[in-house]
Design a protein around this ligand. Sequence first.
Ligand code: IMP
Length: 191
Amino acid sequence: MGGPILLDRPLIERDMLAQRVVSLAEEINADYELTQRPLSVIVVLKGACFFAVDLLKRLHLDTRVDFLRASSYSGMGSTGEVRLHYDITMPIGGTDVLLVEDIVDTGLTASWLLRHLASHNPASVRLCTLLDKPAGRQVHVPIDYVGFTIPDEFVLGYGLDYDEGYRNLPAIFIARPANYSEMNDASGKGD
Ligand code: IMP
């Protein structure tokens, strides 16, 4: 279990989040508006929910929504194992798929999920992430839409948790724990 943590000033204020969501939605609307196919938005639980709901309300496309839940384990020198706890139930074959993540860190979860979704034979698969933390990357992941590129810090709020807490904060904060690795262990990576 995680102990008390210190929250710095917000790294990304709620107004900046709202403005970026609007511009991301405009980009996505423009990119998909000429396709004759539905857009399947697949949201990674739990962290991406807050971002995805705000984004979805701004899409003017023939859009369907489903959810999945996964965790990644990259410790002990392994190449990383991703476990799927909950899968989509909606058929996505022949549709354009947009995977919505809260943050791409090592890239293990997103790259595994992109391959998993591609196995359903969609017309296309793209990735949209609110946050990109490139310093943590272990595997290359093609990211089509990025909200914000952030430094190598543990962040909380707007869906992102520490030990299941703090998700409901309306802005993104940098957390300064006494022990960073302890925080990584408790974060429940991938949800
Ligand atoms: P990846 O497989 O390392 O890219 O893991 C992505 C997942 O790790 C995200 O969906 C988050 O659940 C978690 N994660 C990575 N960095 C942070 C962070 O700074 N704060 C909270 N969760 C994080």
